[in-house]
Structures are given as structure tokens and as C-alpha cells.
Design a protein around this ligand. Structure first.
Ligand SMILES: [Zn+2]
Length: 70
């Protein structure tokens, strides 16, 4: 997971959090897009998704279990 870098613009920090989100206008309801966030940008990115109603879940990267292939 050494390539897990924060999704915030210009940030090169290691990601700690996974933000799972869904845009109901373009995604089916069970679809999950993910952004990665460092400790510093978790709140900023969560708010960005939250105000749009897109944010579904915030999970520690080490506890994140992608459901694809299940
Ligand atoms: Zn960051």
C-alpha cells in the first residue's frame, strides 16, 4: 500500500483514511467511489463530499475491505 497517497490536491502525504462516496446522479446506489485522505485532509474532503450528500462512509485504510470480487 505504499502508493496510497492522499487524494487532496497537491498533497503527497500517505493516506490514512478511505472516504467512500456515491453520486446518485451518475452512480447506481450500491456503487462506491473512494478517495484517500491523510490525517490533515480527512475533514476537508469529508466536508466537500458531505455538503453534496455524496459521503457514505469514512473508514481507516487498514480496515478498508473493498467489496469488489466478493
Ligand atoms: Zn492530504
Amino acid at each position: 500500500m505504499s502508493d496510497a497517497i492522499c487524494s487532496a490536491k497537491g498533497c503527497r502525504a500517505d493516506a490514512v483514511w478511505v472516504l467512500a462516496w456515491n453520486n446518485p446522479k451518475i452512480h447506481t446506489p450500491d456503487r462506491r467511489k473512494t478517495w484517500l485522505a491523510c490525517e490533515e485532509h480527512r475533514e476537508h474532503l469529508s466536508q466537500f463530499l458531505g455538503v453534496r450528500g455524496f459521503l457514505k462512509d469514512v473508514v481507516l485504510l487498514r480496515e478498508w475491505e473493498p467489496t469488489e470480487g466478493a
